[in-house]
Design a protein around this ligand. Structure first.
Ligand SMILES: NC(=O)c1ccc[n+]([C@@H]2O[C@H](COP(=O)([O-])OP(=O)(O)OC[C@H]3O[C@@H](n4cnc5c(N)ncnc54)[C@H](OP(=O)(O)O)[C@@H]3O)[C@@H](O)[C@H]2O)c1
Length: 245
């Protein structure tokens, strides 16, 4: 028997991922599996948390069976939301570890999750199947101090576009989106404001956005992402920005 909707969301411990989780648990037909390093204090019959570091590939591989459970669902949605701004510094001042880590979290982990999703669900043509990768406007902008962040999100956009090209060729019916959530008042923005202006010349702009209440709320970004998912047929193209709808 069909069990309603299944949402698999990375980064549910805080920020946009946490807001997505809260909205979805208000819907009695949505089952949610959340993945992040920190456990959430959420106890709800429809929620299962999987504690996993997305930079620990061995650990992640061991979790994939739990992250992608068997079952019949009307819709199955993967939201690769977990992300990291990275070490904010100019080339020459970055640690090698942080260079590796940002691509692991923002690009490689979503690619592994997409690969597992397509492998598992390619034949389930009776179910609506959607992958949303939370990207960034920075994917197509170069800001000093953000080389790894911009490049990792740019690569994520291209992974998403290629996955859609393949889904179209294979006629498996899966929809893929990479969506920029806007500038959102989360801990990631706090990390950005804590950067030094020598590492990041746009620092005054980001401080000003906060001071002038120009950041959107995680709940607003989550609402927009869920609107995209629920109205996927109205959207053409893979690359989306919540500021456009
Ligand atoms: N906030 C913005 O203005 C903004 C703008 C553009 C794009 N975005 C994108 O939106 C997404 C959500 O960002 P946010 O602002 O909500 O950030 P956030 O508040 O910092 O939350 C990030 C989430 O990612 C998880 N995460 C980070 N590293 C992880 C790892 N190694 N393994 C597992 N989980 C990990 C964190 O969980 P744990 O720490 O518990 O592991 C947390 O739940 C990101 O992809 C970000 O790039 C945000």
């Amino acid at each position: 028997m069909s069990q309603g909707s299944l949402f698999i969301i990375t980064g549910t411990s805080k920020g946009i991922g946490r807001a997505l989780l809260t909205q979805l648990l208000l819907e009695s037909t949505s089952r949610v599996i959340g993945v992040s390093r920190t456990n959430t204090e959420v106890t709800h019959p429809n929620y299962q948390h999987i504690s996993c570091d997305l930079t620990d590939f061995e650990g992640m591989e061991n979790c994939l069976e739990k992250i992608f459970p068997d079952g019949e669902f009307e819709s199955i949605v993967l939201i690769n939301n977990a992300g990291w701004i990275g070490e904010i510094a100019h080339m020459g001042n970055l640690s090698n570890q942080s260079i590796r880590q940002i691509f692991e979290v923002n690009t490689i982990a979503p690619a592994i999750m997409m690969n597992a999703f397509v492998k598992k669900h390619t034949q389930m043509k009776g179910a609506k199947r959607i992958v949303v990768n939370v990207s960034s406007g920075a994917a197509s902008k170069s800001l000093d101090g953000w080389s790894g962040y911009s490049a990792s999100k740019s690569a994520l956009n291209m992974l998403t576009q290629t996955a859609q090209t393949e889904a179209d060729l294979n006629q498996n019916g899966i929809r893929f989106f990479a969506v920029a959530p806007g500038v959102v008042d989360t801990e990631m923005q706090l990390e950005i404001r804590n950067a030094s202006s020598t590492d990041f010349s746009s620092l005054p702009k980001f401080i000003g956005l906060k001071e002038n209440n120009q950041l959107s709320s995680p709940e607003y970004a989550a609402d927009k992402i869920l609107y995209l998912i629920k109205n996927a047929e109205k959207f053409e193209g893979v690359i989306q920005d919540v500021r456009d709808f």
